[in-house]
Design a protein around this ligand. Structure first.
Ligand code: NDP
Length: 329
């Protein structure tokens, strides 16, 4: 396993990590979650990602029970949660980024996990109804209390992150260390364009999500629909419609030709493609079956195959590389 600094922070995070969205406490039984975490830990993954909103809080409970039963040194792993969407009971003060919800959600996550502190704590989305100043102060209260070690954002715009950094500077507080955006061959603008200044000037770290774009970049939908996947889960029609869009399937089919030429599977190529970006601190993997995780974990071996020429050819078929104007004097 390779370890990368989380942005300019001193924290070393495994380049591949494991997340629990839709799987833990929902799509997969607890014994499979247990097996996935064991595989991950044995292969050197040190970061497990979670959120209050995953399976209405059950995902944190399942992960917490597994962590407890394994008896791994607390120093050997990093665990996260996120606040915004609320857990099981939703309501005006049970969602969002107000001081009340940020503090209460953290305490509730710690109870569900049976942990004393969270290593990473994310604002899962921006909250237009709460001043950013209030959220930055709330995060700093949790830092001071030792309940969280680093805080960050997820799917915030560059301007919103910059505003949080400004507020933190004005009040001599600690600003966001990391952002958690979607990043994969089909969704790349935030990492490859919007955040460039934040990387360069502020050393923002990133824990990127959905490297396989919910499975479409595994290539398994290229010719037919395999059934039995997250896209067939109840209430996820929105994800299915968005993920299986015609242009995405067409791009996946073309990526498959390049993967075949390289002699690697599509999931390995897709994960390696994310790892190749130096502004990515860790790629969060998702898996519903142990074989998937085992396969995706070998993506680090594929990174050296991604030469400039191959990357250019992939850009040619993806047709979504953000344009970055460069002006020569
Ligand atoms: P992916 O896009 O990589 O999707 C993972 C899913 O793809 C698996 O659960 C499995 O689903 C399928 N899959 C994985 N590997 C293979 C394989 N080798 N062959 C075939 N199918 C495969 O990642 P996720 O969307 O799960 O995101 C990863 C993590 O990122 C989440 O668990 C969560 O922690 C985080 N996240 C954060 C978000 C945020 O807003 N901050 C949003 C979304 C995720 P199946 O078997 O059902 O097809």
């Amino acid at each position: 396993m390779e370890y990368r600094r989380l942005g300019k922070s001193g924290l070393q995070v495994s380049a591949l990590s494991l997340g629990s969205w839709l799987t833990f406490g929902n799509q997969i039984p607890d014994d499979v979650a247990d097996e996935l975490m064991s595989i991950a830990y044995e292969k050197g993954i040190n970061f497990f990602d979670n959120a209050e909103g995953y399976a209405g809080g059950k995902s944190e409970e399942v992960m917490g029970r597994i962590l407890k039963s394994k008896g791994w040194d607390r120093e050997s792993y990093i665990v996260s949660s996120k606040v915004f969407f609320g857990a099981e009971a939703k309501g005006p003060n049970r969602t969002g980024l107000s001081r009340k919800h940020v503090i209460e959600a953290c305490n509730a996550a710690l109870r569900r996990f049976q942990l004393d502190y969270l290593d990473l704590y994310f604002c899962h989305r921006p909250d237009i109804n709460t001043p950013i100043e209030e959220t930055v102060w709330a995060m700093n209260t949790l830092l001071q209390q030792g309940k969280i070690l680093y805080w960050g954002t997820s799917e915030w715009t560059a301007a919103e992150i910059m505003e949080a950094i400004r507020v933190a500077r004005d009040y001599h507080l600690i600003g966001p260390t990391m952002e958690q955006p979607q990043y994969n061959m089909l969704e790349r603008t935030k990492i490859e364009k919007d955040y460039l200044l934040l990387f360069r000037e502020h050393g923002l770290g990133t824990t990127v999500w959905s490297p396989l774009h919910s499975g479409v970049l595994s290539g398994k939908y290229n010719d037919s629909d395999p059934g039995d996947t997250r896209l067939h889960m109840e209430g996820l029609d929105w994800l299915k419609n968005r993920t299986l869009a015609q242009e995405k399937l067409e791009a996946a089919r073309k990526v498959k030709e390049i993967a075949d030429e390289l002699g690697v599977s599509m999931p390995r190529l897709a994960v390696a493609w994310c790892l190749r970006n130096p502004n990515v601190s860790t790629v969060i993997l998702g898996a519903s079956k142990p074989y998937q995780l085992l396969e995706n974990l070998t993506a680090l071996d594929v990174v050296p195959l991604l030469t400039e020429d191959i990357m250019n050819r992939l850009d040619g078929v993806l047709k979504n590389k953000p344009f970055i104007p460069t002006y020569q004097p």
